[in-house]
Write a protein that binds this ligand. Structure first.
Ligand code: DCM
Ligand code: DCM
Ligand code: DCM
Ligand code: ZN
Ligand code: ZN
Length: 271
């Protein structure tokens, strides 16, 4: 996701975590405001192009070698690269947050990675190999020439919220409040149990592979419904956008709610 998506996921999570969880992460992240998760949600993107942060560049996605739209599916052994992927990274950095023998700055950094990667795994194109997660597919969106990955990371969400925002934190805060209401008492209220069914802190790989497969299934149905060739050069801000918007919404909502549950499980384990 772009900044808007990540910050929204973080604000949703802060709306659902237990009080003890909020206190714990406010301490670890050294921020006792309501922005303690949102304020670090994009940090992992800010370091990936730096020299010291280069090793994390593959941690944001898993490249499923599937064949959309006829076959979708992620396979950990087939698709997670030697030096890691979003699934192995959720496991690795979760275990670092849980390891109280590590230096606080390491656990602080690990928490920031977990907050970010639980968001990314819910972006369908972060679970797809075709054209580097759609980065190599040129499309149009409200007449701008963009790549398909960017459209799913940012453009669709920005259009949903009425355009590109000068203040992403404020836009994200409001979007998170809306989605929080939908989760608490609106269209997602009956889904939350299923969203966290089987979530298991002792098996982060199985847990996040479930999230990855669910996300990747949208590549066949909504991202590339007619395959990678058919979408090249198409204008996506019309009918395509109308079908994609609810997918973005549910994926951001799920990511936020699951992140809250994951952080609760971490704090339960530590106390
Ligand atoms: N933030 C922002 N705009 C807001 C609220 C928060 O840019 N309306 C950002 C600034 C910091 C982080 O969130 O990166 C923490 O916010 P605060 O300065 O309120 O602790
Ligand atoms: N940090 C780091 N490398 C270090 C020491 C600290 O990446 N050798 C982390 C700690 C925080 C982040 O960088 O997560 C920014 O820290 P601060 O907010 O204290 O500047
Ligand atoms: N990305 C992805 N899958 C890939 C390569 C990249 O999901 N195989 C993502 C990471 C960034 C965006 O695409 O969100 C742009 O990546 P880069 O700048 O590395 O091309
Ligand atoms: Zn992306
Ligand atoms: Zn990312």
């Amino acid at each position: 996701w772009g900044s808007l998506g990540h910050i929204t996921v973080a604000y949703i999570a802060s709306n659902f975590v237990k009080q003890e969880t909020a206190v714990y992460f406010q301490d670890l992240l050294r921020n006792d405001t309501e922005h303690y998760l949102a304020g670090v949600a994009t940090w992992a993107d800010s370091i990936r192009y730096t020299k010291w942060g280069r090793f994390t560049k593959n941690f944001h996605f898993i490249d499923a070698k599937d064949d959309p739209p006829s076959y979708c599916g992620v396979d950990f052994d087939r698709d997670c690269k030697e030096d890691g992927c979003v699934v192995s990274s959720i496991q690795n950095y979760t275990s670092q947050v849980l390891d109280t023998e590590l230096w606080p700055w390491r656990r602080n950094q690990a928490a920031k990675f977990v907050i970010h990667f639980v968001g990314d795994i819910h972006q369908p194109l972060h679970t797809e190999n075709v054209e580097r997660g759609g980065n190599g597919i040129h499309v149009r969106f409200d007449s701008s020439e963009l790549n398909l990955h960017h459209v799913w990371d940012s453009s669709i969400a920005e259009k949903m919220l009425g355009g590109i925002h000068r203040k992403p934190y404020e836009a994200a805060y409001r979007w998170a409040a809306d989605l929080t209401n939908e989760i608490r008492s609106g269209k997602y209220a009956n889904s939350t149990e299923v969203w966290v069914d089987g979530i298991d802190l002792d098996d982060p790989i199985a847990t996040s592979m479930k999230w990855a497969n669910e996300s990747n299934a949208f590549v066949c149905t909504h991202v590339l419904p007619e395959g990678p060739e058919a979408i090249v050069g198409q204008e996506l801000a019309g009918e395509y956008y109308e079908k994609a918007a609810p997918v973005i919404e549910v994926q951001v909502a799920r990511a936020g709610y699951r992140l809250a549950t994951w952080l609760d499980l971490i704090v339960d384990r530590l106390s």
